[in-house]
Design a protein around this ligand. Sequence first.
Ligand code: NDP
Length: 295
Amino acid sequence: MSAQIIDGKGIAAEIKRELKGEVDNLGKQGITPGLAVILVGNDSASQVYVRNKSTACERVGIYSETRMLPQETTTQELISLIEELNQRRDIHGILVQLPLPPPIDKKLIFTSLSPMKDVDGLSPVSLGMILWGNPTFTPCTPAGILELLQRLGIDPQGKRAVVVGRSRLVGLPLANLLALKRKGGNATVTLCHSLTPGLASITKGADILIAALGRPLFIRGEMIKKGAVVIDVGINRVEDPSTKKRYRLVGDVEFESACKIASAITPVPGGVGPMTVAMLLKNTVQAARWSCLEK
Ligand code: NDP
């Protein structure tokens, strides 16, 4: 048996085509969706992500603006910029690229974001609304995973879903979304982390297994139930002197062995990553649509 390779890149491209149509329609009403991306410091991976997001915006007709701040930026300076962007009528979405340099108080930063512009879905209001069952903006990676499952006709209802990793960015919101009493939810969810004993016996019970732990090739074939759907969120750089960049990207799942057991699996790259970007664009278009209602 060899798993179906889930074409996240292709599905993301389809979503972007749909969004382009919506952006054109908004344009007829005199609205160009606008996204501001804030990057603090000089983390090289973050620079790549920010560039990709801005290119993706351009392609669907979303205005994007990148604000680069130095490594030594203070919490107050960052809040001042966010407050300025909260007020701008041409900016509908604000994204603060993570990670932020450690002295910056992340909770204060995300609290200062206007919930109506929090297109990355990480403010306390956005995260809290998930538990109320009607998310405003869903964090982009979990949103991308739910969208992938939906477009592939994989209904989590009644399935055992195991999420490995409990970050606020991915695992925690995703586990809650999968457990919600609504379409696309209704799974029986287990959330695992670094202190979970007997991880393999838990992952082996999963009909849907989501690996979001940031450990290269950690989940191997023997940890997977036969026929499971495997979603690999991990993006890890591993040294590879044979490549020009001297590294390559791998996921949290050992792809080769997992392919022999799973029924479907996302590759890295080309799986969840492009869906995350597509969901950012989708949330930004949604924010622009809401701004029309405010007028
Ligand atoms: P974090 O480092 O914030 O969280 C990792 C989580 O994994 C923690 O909850 C940690 O547990 C858990 N964990 C770590 N080691 C183990 C282990 N041995 N067994 C079980 N659980 C473990 O990572 P993120 O959630 O931010 O990211 C996870 C991965 O996903 C990374 O590779 C990241 O690059 C990638 N990513 C990909 C995105 C995409 O678009 N494809 C978007 C965002 C992230 P504990 O809480 O106990 O420490």
